[in-house]
Design a protein around this ligand. Structure first.
Ligand code: 5GP
Length: 117
């Protein structure tokens, strides 16, 4: 993991790297994934960096709740709250985590496939 990978989302939050921002508030930030895996694919991050969802939950449960609420807010803004959506936290290598600033993938806008390879 390079330093760049560690700080990528912090640089996006700071506006140093352009992103298609969907929502922002005091504690969370949401922007479109650069390589969307569904019609709607938005990443929700806490502005404060933790490595993964377990570290976030242990250190700051309220901030994890904020991320969950922002995921619902994004679904509302994207018009997929009623049809349903998926929230995913990839954790470490077998799950394919590439950015070690915890982020929720919010996916929807179409019928999603089942889990698996
Ligand atoms: P992970 O694989 O860590 O769960 O998810 C990282 C996500 O960040 C990937 O889906 C990837 O497409 C997305 N991503 C990587 N670099 C950028 C970037 O510079 N801008 C945006 N908007 N998304 C990025």
């Amino acid at each position: 993991m390079s330093d760049d990978a560690e700080t990528l989302f912090e640089r996006i939050i700071a506006g140093e790297i352009p992103a298609d921002v969907v929502y922002s508030d005091d504690t969370t930030f949401a922007f479109r994934d650069i390589r969307p895996q569904a019609r709607v694919h938005v990443l929700v991050v806490p502005k404060k960096r933790y490595r993964n969802v377990a570290e976030l939950a242990a250190a700051d449960p309220q901030l994890l709740a904020d991320v969950a609420k922002t995921a619902e807010k994004v679904a509302e803004l994207e018009g997929i709250k009623e049809s349903g959506y998926r929230v995913v936290f990839n954790t470490d290598s077998d799950a394919g985590q590439t950015v070690f600033h915890v982020h929720a993938h919010v996916l929807g806008g179409e019928q999603l496939g089942l889990f698996g390879r």
